[in-house]
Every structure is written in structure tokens, then in C-alpha cells.
Design a protein around this ligand. Structure first.
Ligand SMILES: Cc1ncc(C[n+]2csc(CCOP(=O)(O)OP(=O)(O)O)c2C)c(N)n1
Ligand SMILES: [Mg+2]
Length: 794
């Protein structure tokens, strides 16, 4: 008996020691993070960094949250979460400062290669070839973004993936991506940002779908200067969301309220809450109240301007680290002296790491300055402009914190001044620096490794002698059926896509065949349909996310332009989301079902492939190409093409349509007409008429707008015809102007013109409803003929 009780005493002692150690480690992280915030702000105020936004006041809740973040879990949060990143091991203090300085070296700032403002963290999801890493064994932080609430839509997909991995038979074997769907997505958001529609749409999508999403609201009472009474119904997001509360008979969410200064309370609630989410996939809101903001919102201003003295005093009194310290004393976990040791050690540590980060950032620039100095010295020795060059040299050498920009500018100006000197060294070095800076600042917009969509082998479609002729939608239906039979990672979803198989029957009958976990309906929520696609793709799946009509892409454009299109760039290729966005557009009827806002799309989606197939066979080939790559793409099917007859290729699942390679679909000698999509049929009608009148038109389908004619096929045609027209259904100055620019400026097409080139586009307004509305608003065959006859007369 005696030995048992002494064992249990020992055990108790051990677990107490363990507990104490953990608490003190958390306290250390809290102090570490606070010190990083304090020093970070100083770095901005003294000019070493441009802008800073910090997580002070949010340390303790994030330490509590980090405790329950397991390998395999995903995080989608915002700029306040440095403590979470430190505590999970996703970021170091040195990396934090490297990002603050905008260090473009990925080994210094692996989160963004200096491309993002501070505290936008990201862990690696893919290797340099775009292959998914073993995400199940990693703590995964999806790359942060500055637009408020932008992290919400994608978290739907990050959480939904767990549900699919848990419930889909065909996904059971992907053990490096999921452990039976046990992964939780941790999402953080500020109290004011819950005012965004993104938040509400996400909460609703999560509650309807019952997915393992944990949403933490850091409620510091303000969105910059605007208090939450102006932001949130009843001034409380948890109160406002009460109707979302799940009960036994309904779906919904769990709602928890905690206080940011209550370390023990938060640990207890988060542990129980996260455990439940993991087990049941019921999403939850953790409303963390009474959060403070010791240094105010950011380095751009002071909070004394809008907070009362009472509020400021309250924030000092209820600072979470102060309260944690009091709690440690109350529970006799450490005395003043022990904590003082931690505090001193941490201060020294952060200072040293900060200095190292600065030195590492600065060293290559110092080397450049030295090299440029010596080059300028040579110029000074032989140029008649020596005094001016000497001045530039002196300025550069005296600059205590020179940037790459200063180096380049001094060097280039000196080269111009030293016109009279024959010295190739300086020019050569300038170009070396130009090349180096391109690789540091302008890379990774698209994937640069082996799985680039540009590297997919071209396989031509094959047709047997008596190939079946089917309606366009039937071609797609066969295609998707084969795709779902061959590729277990593909899922497709959208409005009316599941049960009825989409509004044009591309998926008709396929949910019944391949299952509801693979082909399914969503609510009307384009924003989170896009986010769902992005998140699922980040987790290694190959989603096809459908926007019912291209006109409604605008609802979902924000995640595409801010998140998806920038993802590879802003993580220097360490994260990617190869989602396919499927939509249908161009000619149909009226203001909202005939849209072709391609200029808007291509200008906001650089970083995504934009495919504009003229028919459904071409569309299938584009899907194949994208699916063989690790990159995202938008495919705009022609709304009026589903009932047109097409020949069925025998290699439907395998043939590919290359990206950026136009196709000459009608050969001719007098005119080059460049277009895409539905407009090609109108052009064909005009070309046939013109042929009868003795004018021969070469018609070129660009096939993809991003990328555009990489081999300059259009230029070859123009060299032959010397006359060119760009036609589409976008507004004047839209995608036709883009094509014009590409061919005239980039391809040097202007050199081969006999007459002024033209664009023929839709009118600036949207089309009126009905066939006449279409005829008088979009380009028509007669108008095209008229323009070409005018060009002949010129
Ligand atoms: C879409 C968008 N609108 C406005 C801003 C400018 N802005 C940056 S942070 C912020 C306030 C956010 O407050 P809150 O969500 O409470 O987070 P906190 O900074 O208080 O933690 C605003 C308005 C932005 N980044 N994005
Ligand atoms: Mg706030």
C-alpha cells in the first residue's frame, strides 16, 4: 500500500512538474512574442522596415489555441497570429523579422520571400515540382492575406476536405493527406472583420455542411478606430450568431465564449471544443472577448486618437500576459524571480535574433554596394563627369541602410554619366543585378517546376472513321464520367450540379453513379464555392468548382484574385491550389446571362490559366491539361454550345489542349481575324460571306487568354495577310484590347500592317434582353463584314 501511494504521489508530482513546465514554456512564448511586437514597432519607426502590424494583446489566447493544433491540422488566419506561429513551430523570431524587413531570400523568409507584409505566415504544402507533401504529418498554415475576412472562404474547403476524406471510399487510401478526416481547420478573424459577408457565408456553409472548422474571433472591440457597436449586431458576434447554435435535431455550430486573459479557462474550453470538432465534425465559434491591443492597430497611427483614457487604462489592467503572470503566482507555479529570469532571457534572445535577421538581410546589399563603389571608382578615374559620379558614389557609401533599389539607381545613373568611358564591367554588373532581382521579385506567378501546365505533353484528339456525333453536353457528360472513374481525387460541386447534374446536364446521372461525396450540390454562395475549391485543392484534392453562369463569377472573384491568383507568387511556390473553376458564358440572353467580362477576368486573374474553348471537345482537352498539371485554371464553356453537334474523340480522357497555343481554324490570305469562344461562329458566318465576295479570311482561335499565343502564331498569320482584326464580346477596351496589345506590342505585329488594325467588341453597355438586344449589342456578322470592307477600301 505504502509503495503504491508513494508511486501515485510521485506520479502526481511528475504531472505537476510537467504541467508547470508547460505553463512556463507558454509564458516564455508570450513574453517572446510581446518582445517581438515591441521591437518590431521600433524597427518601423526608425525606418528599417516599412510597415508593421503585431499580435500584442493576443498572445495568451493563441498559446491556448496552439496547444490543440495537431499535425495534419490546417490554419487559415490573419495578421495578428504571430504567437500561434511561434508556438506551433511554424515560424521563428528570426523569420518574423526577416519578413518585416522584406528579405527576398526564401531561406530567410520562407513564408513569403519578402513578398508579404509581416505576420503573413505560410508553411510548405508542395515541393518544387508541385507535388503535395505529407500534409498529415505537418502543422499546416495556409498563407495569410491582408484583405479582412479573406481567410474565411478558403477555410470552408480546408475543413470540408476532412469530411470527404472521412466519408469517401475512394479517398481512404491517401494516408499522407489525411488520417481518416481527423484534421481540424483553425480559422482566426478580428471582431470587426466578422462584419464582412465572407464571414457570414462561411459560417453558414460550415454549419450546413457540418465540417470541422474552428473559428476563433479575437475580439478587441475595434476595427482600427471603429468600435464593435458599429460593426456587429448587439455588439457581440456570439450573441448575433445564436440562431446558428446546433441542437440535437438540427445542424448548426457550437458557440463558446471565453476571456482572453483567462489562460486556464481558455485551455479547458479549447481542449473540449476542439476534441468535439475532431470527433463530430460539428463546426464551432470560439468568441474570445476582452482582448487588448497594447500598441494600437498598426504602425500607421496611435490608438490614443480614438480610445478613451478609461479604455486605455482597462487595456493595461487586463493585459493577458499580466493576468497570466498573476495566475502563475496565485497557483504557485513560479515566483517573481523565476519569471524575471525568463523575461530577461527572452529580451536578449529576441534582440539577438532580430539583429541576425537584419545582418542576413543587409549583407548581400552591402556586398553590392562595395562592388558598385569599386566600379564607380573606375568610371571616376576616366570620365569627364567624375564629380557627378563621385557624388553618387559618396551618397551610396554614406547610406547606412541602402536598399537594392539605391544600388541599382546609383549604378545606372553613373553609367549614363560615364558615356564617354569605354567600360563594359559596370553595364554587365547592372544587367546581372537586373536578372538577380527578377528571380527575387518577379517569379512564381505560375508554377515553375515539372508539373507546370505549360509542360504537359500535347496529345492530339483522335477520331475513329465513324466517330459518334453527339450534343456538346453529351460529350462533357461522357468526359466527366470517365474522369470520375479514373481519378479518385476529383470532386465537383456547385449550384444544381449534384442531383440534376448541372443546368446543362454535363453531370447528369453522375452523382448516382459516383456518389454524393464526389459530385454534390452547394448553396447559392459563389464566394465560398470558390473558397471551398481553393481549400480542397490545398489539401491535395482536385476540385472542379462550378460557377453556374460566368456573370456570377463576380460574386466569387475576390478569393480568386486575392487568394488563388497570388498564392504561388506570395509563397514563392511553396503553396498551390490546383482548383478548376468551371463556368459557362458568352452569348445567351440579357444583362446577366450573356456576360463575357473577359477583360476584367484576365486582368484580375494573372496567376491562373484562363481557357476559352470554342466547343466542348476543346473544353475536355483543356480539363485534361489542367488536371495533369498542379495549377489552377478557369474554363469558360460556351453557353450556346451545349446543343451543337460535335464528333466524339476516341481518346477523350487523354488528349490535351496545350495552353497558350492558338489554333488556325480557317485558313486565308487577306485578313487575320483573332477571337475565341462563341464569337467564332459569328466570325465564321462573316468569313463565308466574305469568301463569296472574294476576300479570304484566316480565323484564329486563341484558345487560352492566359497565357496568350506563346509561339506568336498570330504574327505568322499577320506576316502573310498584313491586315488584322481582333473580335470578342467584351466591352471596348477589354479582352480584345488585350489581344491587340499582345500582338502589336509584344509580338511586334505593327511592323507588318498595311492598314490600321481594328478591334470589334460588344457595346459598352450590357445587352438588352432578346435576340435583337443581342444583335445590336454584341458583334454581329454584318458588322464584321462592314469593318473588313472598310479596311479593304482604306
Ligand atoms: C477588405 C478590407 N477592408 C479594409 C481593410 C483595412 N483594414 C485593415 S485591418 C482593419 C480592421 C480590422 O479589424 P478587426 O477585424 O477587428 O481586426 P483587428 O485588427 O482589430 O485584430 C481594416 C479596416 C482591409 N485590410 N481589407
Ligand atoms: Mg478588432
Amino acid at each position: 500500500m505504502e509503495s503504491i501511494s508513494s508511486d501515485s504521489l510521485q506520479l502526481q508530482q511528475l504531472s505537476f512538474e510537467h504541467f508547470k513546465k508547460e505553463v512556463l514554456q507558454d509564458y516564455r512564448f508570450a513574453c517572446l512574442s510581446r518582445e517581438a511586437s515591441l521591437l518590431g514597432r521600433k524597427e518601423v519607426l526608425t525606418g528599417k522596415a516599412k510597415f508593421g502590424i503585431f499580435g500584442d494583446g493576443k498572445e495568451v489566447p493563441q498559446l491556448a489555441m496552439a496547444k490543440f493544433f495537431q499535425p495534419g491540422d490546417f490554419y487559415s488566419g490573419y495578421y495578428r497570429d504571430q504567437t500561434f506561429a511561434f508556438a506551433t513551430g511554424a515560424a521563428s523570431i528570426k523569420e518574423f523579422f526577416a519578413q518585416l524587413y522584406a528579405d527576398p531570400d526564401t531561406s530567410h523568409d520562407p513564408h513569403s520571400a519578402g513578398r508579404q507584409m509581416n505576420s503573413h505566415f505560410a508553411t510548405a504544402f508542395v515541393d518544387e515540382n508541385g507535388e503535395c507533401l505529407d500534409l498529415v504529418n505537418r502543422k499546416n498554415l495556409s498563407s495569410g492575406m491582408a484583405p479582412t475576412a479573406a481567410q474565411m472562404p478558403r477555410s470552408v474547403g480546408l475543413a470540408l476536405a476532412s469530411k470527404l476524406f472521412r466519408n469517401s471510399d475512394v479517398l481512404k487510401n491517401f494516408s499522407s493527406l489525411s488520417d481518416h478526416g481527423n484534421e481540424v481547420c483553425f480559422t482566426t478573424i478580428g471582431d470587426a472583420s466578422t462584419s464582412e459577408g465572407h464571414f457570414w457565408e462561411t459560417m453558414n456553409a460550415a454549419a450546413v455542411q457540418q465540417i470541422p472548422l474552428a473559428v476563433f474571433v479575437w475580439d478587441d472591440g475595434y476595427g482600427i478606430s471603429v468600435p464593435k457597436t458599429y460593426q456587429t449586431t448587439k455588439g457581440s458576434i456570439s450573441d448575433a450568431l445564436k440562431g446558428f447554435q446546433k441542437n440535437e435535431e438540427t445542424n448548426g455550430i457550437e458557440i463558446y465564449k471565453v476571456k482572453a486573459w483567462d489562460y486556464a479557462g481558455m485551455c479547458e474550453v479549447f481542449e473540449a471544443g476542439i476534441t468535439k470538432i475532431r470527433a463530430t465534425h460539428t463546426p464551432a465559434l470560439f468568441h474570445v472577448e476582452e482582448v487588448t491591443q497594447p500598441q494600437g492597430h498598426s504602425t500607421s497611427g496611435s490608438h490614443e486618437r480614438y480610445k478613451t483614457t478609461d479604455r486605455l487604462q482597462w487595456e493595461r489592467d487586463w493585459d493577458c500576459i499580466k493576468k497570466m503572470k498573476e495566475w502563475i503566482f496565485e497557483n504557485s507555479l513560479a515566483d517573481e524571480e523565476e519569471l524575471a529570469v525568463i523575461e530577461t532571457e527572452v529580451k536578449e534572445y529576441v534582440r539577438t535574433e532580430k539583429q541576425t535577421a537584419w545582418n542576413e538581410f543587409h549583407q548581400p546589399i552591402i556586398e553590392q554596394v562595395q562592388k558598385v563603389s569599386s566600379l564607380l571608382q573606375t568610371l571616376i578615374e576616366s570620365s569627364s563627369n567624375a564629380p557627378a559620379i563621385q557624388k553618387l558614389k559618396q551618397e551610396l557609401e554614406n547610406n547606412r541602410e541602402p536598399s537594392r533599389r539605391d544600388v541599382m539607381s546609383s549604378l545606372y545613373k553613373s553609367i549614363l554619366l560615364a558615356e564617354d568611358v569605354r567600360n563594359e564591367e559596370a553595364g554587365k554588373y547592372y544587367h546581372e543585378l537586373v536578372d538577380e532581382s527578377k528571380s527575387l521579385f518577379n517569379t512564381h506567378l505560375y508554377h515553375e517546376g515539372a508539373s507546370s501546365a505549360m509542360k504537359v505533353a500535347v496529345v492530339k484528339p483522335e477520331f475513329i472513321a465513324d466517330a459518334q456525333v453527339l450534343n456538346g453536353y453529351e460529350i462533357l457528360n461522357r468526359y466527366f464520367d470517365q474522369l470520375f472513374s479514373n481519378n479518385p481525387k476529383v470532386v465537383a460541386f456547385g449550384e444544381d450540379l449534384g442531383f440534376i447534374g448541372d443546368v446543362n446536364q454535363g453531370f447528369a446521372g453522375l452523382q448516382a453513379k459516383h456518389g454524393e461525396t464526389r459530385i454534390f450540390d452547394t448553396g447559392i454562395r459563389e464566394l465560398t464555392i470558390m473558397g471551398q475549391g481553393i481549400g480542397l485543392a490545398m489539401r491535395g484534392l482536385r476540385p472542379i468548382a462550378e460557377i453556374q453562369y460566368l456573370d456570377y463569377l463576380i460574386y466569387g472573384l475576390q478569393p480568386l484574385t486575392d487568394d488563388l491568383a497570388t498564392l504561388q507568387f506570395r509563397t514563392a511556390g511553396r503553396q498551390s491550389a490546383p482548383v478548376i473553376i468551371r463556368s459557362r458564358g458568352h452569348r445567351l440572353e440579357g444583362i446577366w446571362h450573356s456576360g463575357s467580362p473577359m477583360g476584367m477576368i484576365i486582368n484580375s486573374l494573372r496567376g491562373i490559366y484562363v481557357c476559352v474553348p470554342r466547343n466542348m471537345v476543346q473544353a475536355a482537352g483543356m480539363y485534361n491539361t489542367l488536371l495533369q498539371s498542379s495549377e489552377p485554371g478557369l474554363v469558360v464553356e460556351c453557353l450556346n454550345g451545349y446543343r451543337l453537334k460535335e464528333k466524339l474523340p476516341s481518346n477523350l480522357s487523354n488528349f490535351t489542349v496545350p495552353m497558350g497555343i492558338p489554333e488556325v481554324i480557317r485558313e486565308g490570305t487577306d485578313f487575320t481575324i483573332v477571337s475565341y469562344g462563341s464569337t467564332l461562329r459569328i466570325i465564321d458566318e462573316a468569313a463565308q460571306q466574305l469568301q463569296k465576295m472574294g476576300t479570304s479570311c484566316e480565323v484564329i482561335d486563341v484558345q487560352t487568354l492566359l497565357p496568350f499565343d506563346i509561339h506568336h502564331i498570330i504574327l505568322q498569320s499577320l506576316k502573310k495577310t498584313n491586315r488584322i482584326v481582333f473580335i470578342d464580346e467584351d466591352v471596348p477596351g477589354g479582352a480584345a484590347a488585350y489581344m491587340f496589345n499582345k500582338v502589336m506590342e509584344e509580338q511586334g505585329g505593327y511592323k507588318y500592317l498595311d492598314v490600321a488594325p481594328r478591334t470589334i467588341t460588344a457595346k459598352a453597355h450590357r445587352p438588352s434582353y432578346g435576340s435583337d438586344g443581342d444583335y445590336f449589342s454584341k458583334p454581329n456578322a454584318e458588322e464584321i463584314i462592314e469593318v473588313i470592307l472598310e479596311m479593304i477600301r482604306e
